[in-house]
Ligand binder design. Structure first.
Ligand code: M6R
Length: 365
């Protein structure tokens, strides 16, 4: 049942505040504002030397985002793996290390095969899944649920932000257990996590603005998404979402890579979506934005109050997202790119819930 929404995708985008609130309740004890103990894990984070995070598509990009959190907060090196690459590359793996498998459906054939490969190498296997009785959940040592309810739209939306939130919670557990985070920093992150559902609701209220800006994308044949640090995987996700449902060719790039090739594509007909909520890297991204604006590209700047002024002088379309702790801002910008893709696709008359050639669950390789 789509309720008052035109599509399941839009309904699922709007379910994010509630779903995230539910999953945050498993990470954070709200009265005391402290981390809840994780489900019994068969290892100690303090014994780990590295982590692999494995998935496909959007689930892979949740892992690519979480790499920053695990490395920054828990000082744990992370390899992020595309499941279909990992399973055939057969990398050497150290027993006793942790492998995390991300999958909404829990049935993705390549992710399941990679899980079996890591298990055979005696690694600890944790699954982050939305379907508790799925194959991936059953074959893992521990399955962490996304608690966001069934996702019907082929484009993954609420599962992605739930994956990010669960992974952030795990990275914070790891950081605390390894003694790599100051209590004060942990407290401020937990505060921000507590306020996340409200920030997502405020982002959903920007729907009209996002719809207006998506007209710029609907006219284009090619779109670039740029981001740095935590926003690089969200740039990739924005491009994936847009191409998947609107059939417009889109590429996500690390903003620092612009000069190494993609700037050759930049001209008046190629809109560039710049993801740069203010953080210690946003100034650098703003310089890249100036470079594309100088070549005549229409710029859509996704930022927050503190970042607005960088776009004003360039005549960019500016989307001002709610301010949050910079570590959590990718979860908020993820919602913005979902709505951008949604409105672009619906303006073009595309069937967003059932895009051509795609299946919700990819159970064959
Ligand atoms: O069920 P899974 O999370 O394992 O699915 C992985 C990908 O097939 C999935 O995220 C796909 O990329 C989505 N259609 C993206 O919106």
């Amino acid at each position: 049942d789509k309720g008052p929404f035109r599509h399941f995708m839009l309904k699922e985008i709007h379910e994010q505040p509630e779903g995230l609130s539910r999953v945050i309740g498993t990470i954070l004890d709200r009265p005391s504002m402290s981390l809840l103990p994780p489900p019994a894990l068969p290892f100690r984070f303090s014994d780990l030397k590295q982590v692999s995070i494995v998935g496909c598509g959007t689930a892979y990009l949740a892992g690519a985002t979480a790499k920053y959190w695990f490395e920054r907060f828990a000082r744990l090196p992370v390899q992020v793996e595309i499941a279909s690459e990992m399973r055939y590359r057969e990398p050497p793996l150290d027993p006793g290390e942790l492998a995390l498998f991300i999958s909404q459906s829990g049935e993705t054939a390549d992710t399941l095969a990679a899980l079996r490969y890591c298990r055979a190498a005696d690694q600890h296997v944790i699954a982050v899944v939305n379907v508790p009785q799925s194959s991936i959940a059953r074959e893992a040592d521990v399955a962490l649920p996304l608690m966001c309810g069934p996702e019907i739209g082929v484009a993954s939306t609420k599962a992605f932000t739930a994956q990010l939130t669960v992974l952030l919670g795990l990275a914070l557990q790891a950081a605390r257990d390894r003694g790599t985070i100051e209590q004060e920093r942990l407290d401020s992150l937990l505060e921000a996590l507590c306020r996340l559902p409200a920030a997502i609701s405020a982002t959903l209220e920007l729907d009209d603005e996002l719809k207006g800006v998506s007209r710029v994308l609907a006219r284009a044949r090619n779109v670039l998404f740029l981001g740095r640090g935590l926003h690089y995987p969200i740039a990739l996700e924005g491009a994936l979402k847009l191409k998947e449902i609107s059939y417009i060719h889109a590429e996500g790039y690390a903003a620092g890579e612009l000069k190494h090739g993609p700037i050759a594509l930049v001209e008046e007909a190629v809109p560039v979506v710049v993801l740069a909520p203010s953080d210690e890297l946003s100034e650098k991204t703003f310089s890249n934005m100036q470079e594309v604006a100088a070549r005549g590209a229409p710029v859509i700047l996704v930022t927050d109050e503190a970042g607005r002024s960088a776009g004003t002088a360039l005549g960019a379309h500016i989307l001002t997202l709610p301010t949050t702790d910079p570590a959590l801002s990718p979860i908020i910008s993820a919602v913005a790119v979902q709505l951008l893709a949604y409105h672009t696709a619906t303006q073009l008359g595309a069937d967003v819930d059932q895009p051509r050639n795609l299946a919700k669950s990819v159970t064959v390789e």
